[in-house]
Write a protein that binds this ligand. Sequence first.
Ligand code: FAD
Length: 383
Amino acid sequence: MDFAFTEEQQVLRDEIVRFARAELNGDIEARDREGVFPHELWKRCGEMKLQGLPVPEGLGGVGLDALSTAIALEALGYGCRDGGLVFAVCAHLLACVIPVWKHGSPEQHARYLPGLAGGGLIAVNGMTEPGSGSDAFAMSTRAEADGDGFRLHGTKTFSSNGPVADVAVVYAVTAPEKKLGRITAFLIEKDTPGFSSGQTFHKMGLHTCPIGELVFEDCHVGPETVIGGVGGGETIFAQSMEWERICLVAGHVGTMQRLLEQAVEHARTRQASGRPIGRFQAVSHRIADMKVRLEAARLLTYRAAWRLGRSRESALDASITKLFASEALVDSALDTVRILGGSGYMAEYEAERALRDAVGGVLYSGTSDVQRNIIARWLGLLG
Ligand SMILES: Cc1cc2nc3c(=O)[nH]c(=O)nc-3n(C[C@H](O)[C@H](O)[C@H](O)COP(=O)(O)OP(=O)(O)OC[C@H]3O[C@@H](n4cnc5c(N)ncnc54)[C@H](O)[C@@H]3O)c2cc1C
């Protein structure tokens, strides 16, 4: 077992950290306060092909394996202090680009992948509905056969990037009578008649990644919009969730590293009762716990990404990794707030934003309870 980065992985990591620090952090407090999606920075990320890291070069991406993709996203999460932008890139790449790349037709590849991988297009994933979330496949959005195409009716909610997206990966029921193969994935352009943005939401964190509804009213789409065949939706969604649960939390690992460094620096320099606060055991042990969480989350992420890249069964690893890393980020962000004292509560010091951003992680891509259900099912404890 070799835990060292290859030379290419080290160069990739350093390059992304340098890029993110130099290009992505300006005006972050104002952006977060005003909830502005940074279109220009999205394009700069696209020039680096961050939105297409694992997509083959011939299709417009970088051609990285899954482990290198995770290392790259960890570097992005470390260098970029805009958690909303990191999340927007990850949601686009892992829940939208992956399904199109892995299951799309040659025509879909040619039409969409260069733009999706290079920052020219923004994608949204529409799975959750007002009446179905954790039980995602209980959706009520229908796609009824109509001529050689389909007619969609229904509303998706909490769709990240929705308000700014150009294309949507949307899941709808095509065979309500079936148990398996009920759901089909579609790739639908935003200006398709019958497709509109509904409500947008103001959320607790991740302010620079807008979120909203996707509304389909009598929306006719042709057969060329189907991704991977009629009835393939469940499999496509499950695969994209494995990528998301593993590679999105790689970004969390990077954020935890940055928070740890901030906490250590503060503990060394902040004085109380005539000594650096890091000399108090209560503070130093809190920081030691942050380090343990970081290293454990990193190892889980690398192992899961390694398995994902070798097409090994990785659903269990994905749930374990997602559960641990997302909860670890919340704990470490809160610990950073505590260590910074009153400053930790102020927007100028980043920790409060990191904490607000972190809470979303225990909800999206399946809540922590849902991950525990999956793990328990693998152990034969749940039906
Ligand atoms: C920041 C953010 C971004 C998101 N982005 C997207 C996106 O881009 N696309 C998209 O489709 N969705 C997105 N979502 C939606 C997200 O996937 C859902 O919110 C999530 O799956 C939970 O569904 P729900 O909100 O309906 O909660 P519910 O399913 O109603 O759950 C409510 C509570 O009940 C618990 N619960 C429910 N079922 C069970 C069970 N069987 N066992 C144990 N506990 C259970 C949950 O854990 C939770 O605590 C996003 C959400 C957030 C917060």
